[in-house]
Design a protein around this ligand. Sequence first.
Ligand code: NAD
Length: 254
Amino acid sequence: MTETGSTGGRRTALVTGAGSGIGRATALRLAEDSYDLVLVDRNLEAVEATAERAGTGVRTIVADLSEPAAATAQIAAVLGSQTPDLLVNCAGVGWAADTSETTDEIWETTLAVNLSAAFHLCQLVLPGMLARRRGVIVSVASAGALVGLRRRVAYCASKAGLLGMTRAIAADHAGDGIRINAVCPGTVDTPWIGRMLEGEADPESVRQRMEQRQLDGRMGTPDEVADWISFISSDRGRFMNGAALVIDGGLTAV
Ligand SMILES: NC(=O)c1ccc[n+]([C@@H]2O[C@H](COP(=O)([O-])OP(=O)(O)OC[C@H]3O[C@@H](n4cnc5c(N)ncnc54)[C@H](O)[C@@H]3O)[C@@H](O)[C@H]2O)c1
């Protein structure tokens, strides 16, 4: 864990998967919103690079969320008695595999990072949020939580699970002063997509297919998701609770 700058008196956001893509864009957007940041990622260099760009009031934690209980204990130790005002569950993993291709390891790791870690972190922050009757949680699900994506069975199950978790926590704590929502991005141009395309024989034609399956004919940018996370986390999003916000350039509209 490293710390830069002061954390006195400002709102704090805990963001997982902050070393890359949507998590990094969200961290930088929340820094513009004047949050102090606690950034979690398994990749030291990547999360330090985000922290460097975010400026002051940033703490970084290198933790592996595929071990949700251990990672949560590590994060709890850094937070001490502090409760973040905002938790963004963004870290995620996925493999291209249909049911017969999905090994126990793929299934368990996907569920651990994408769903169980988010749940453990909700368990970590909720008591403090409920005690002061204020707090917001946003989880980054996926269009794959709403529709079936080919060869993504573990991924779709984990992201649909996030939506179920979001709705149930919202129901349990209606009237307690906290809000919890999810966002469902379509295909967003992040290093994740770059890695996926590297494995293809003809990456350019696969990229074009991915762009064309969205009504807008292009991939989203990480900032286009981060902007919505910022908005629904703010007081302007105050009437939104237990919801799944679709940000997919029309991918699931047809
Ligand atoms: N890119 C897309 O098209 C897209 C679409 C829908 C949803 N999403 C979701 O958005 C989130 C971010 O995706 P992205 O595209 O920015 O990916 P990315 O690969 O660019 O970033 C993911 C980050 O999560 C971190 N991470 C992965 N496993 C971890 C672990 N076990 N412990 C701690 N950190 C871990 C990685 O180190 C990385 O910094 C994911 O949950 C993903 O499912 C992405």
